[in-house]
Design a protein around this ligand. Structure first.
Ligand code: NAD
Length: 272
């Protein structure tokens, strides 16, 4: 049987939502995104790039230290709206409020980026306190779970959830035992949730960065720290947040990734 051009696709069921092919710009035109930890590091780079691609953004942040106002100004400089929401993602009531306020202020919710995380180095496993362990789990696992559960009822087919995982969730880091544990959990959460939400037309993927130079990491500033931090990568350097952010645009936009769900995308400078 020789199919005529176009005919061969007839056996493929139509997508649940309209997914135009890549158009080169405005890949998030008209979308609304909620980004936790959008005040700093990777989250800030994602917020700014999302705005550049046409999205209005809401950012969730924990304290004023990291300058949420700077993110807001950068988003507005791209000609988009930015809502800043201060609170703790480990608290269910805050997560509900954050989603409600986003929808109220920006009209809807198309993309959730779960990105806020707690990470503190502890060389000796036996020295990890229960309180430290609690904070890690509450922020990195409860936070992602609560935000997703509050967001999904507002999401229409074509929406996307992107979870920031980590290379530590694949390999484990000897100095970040509890953190690695949560990042592995986030990867499994991503895979499991993608299947659960597939009938709703909501895609769920994760980005798993290697070393990225952000305020999350201790003793920034010094050149030797940067070199050491990047030493394990074949590129011999950590990433800048702006080198991670485009993957979020790709995974958020149905133009780019309408057939991609449940995947973990490592961005680790050739690390693997
Ligand atoms: P960052 O510290 O620059 O930004 C994280 C932000 O999350 C903080 O500014 C804070 O406002 C917010 N946050 C933290 N706890 C919160 C809470 N309980 N409630 C609300 N907001 C909270 O860090 P980053 O390096 O940009 O990290 C972003 C994500 O990338 C995290 O999930 C982190 O685990 C992941 N990651 C980072 C690296 C790296 O090397 N920097 C590598 C792999 C993965």
């Amino acid at each position: 049987h020789h199919a005529k051009p176009g005919e061969e696709w007839a056996i493929v069921p139509a997508p649940l939502y309209d997914a135009p092919f890549w158009q080169g710009s405005g890949k998030l035109a008209g979308k609304v995104a909620l980004i936790t930890g959008g005040d700093s590091g990777i989250g800030r780079a994602v917020a700014v790039l999302f705005a550049r691609e046409g999205a209005d953004v809401a950012i969730v942040y924990l304290s004023e230290d990291r300058d949420a106002k700077a993110t807001k100004a950068a988003v507005e400089a791209e000609g988009r709206r930015c809502v800043t929401l201060r609170g703790d993602v480990s608290k269910r009531t805050f997560c509900r409020k954050a989603v409600e306020q986003t929808v109220k202020a920006l009209g809807k919710l198309d993309v959730l980026v779960n990105n806020a995380a707690f990470q503190v180095h502890s060389a000796d496993f036996v020295d990890l306190t229960e309180q430290h362990f609690d904070t890690t789990l509450k922020t990195n696992l409860y936070g992602y779970f609560h935000m997703a559960q509050e967001a999904v009822p507002h999401m229409k087919p074509g929406s996307a959830i992107i979870n920031t995982g980590s290379v530590t969730g694949i390999e484990g880091s000897k100095d970040l035992v509890d953190y690695s544990m949560t990042k592995g959990g986030i990867h499994a959460f991503t895979r499991a949730l993608s299947g659960n939400l597939i009938g709703k037309g909501i895609r769920v993927n994760a980005v798993a960065p290697g070393p990225v130079w952000t305020p999350l990491n201790p003793s920034e500033k010094q050149a030797e720290d940067v070199a050491q931090f990047g030493a394990k990568t074949p590129m011999k350097r950590p990433a800048q947040p702006e080198e991670i952010a485009p993957a979020y645009v790709f995974l958020a936009s149905p133009q780019c990734s309408s057939y991609i769900t449940g995947e973990i995308l490592p961005i680790i400078g050739g690390y693997s």
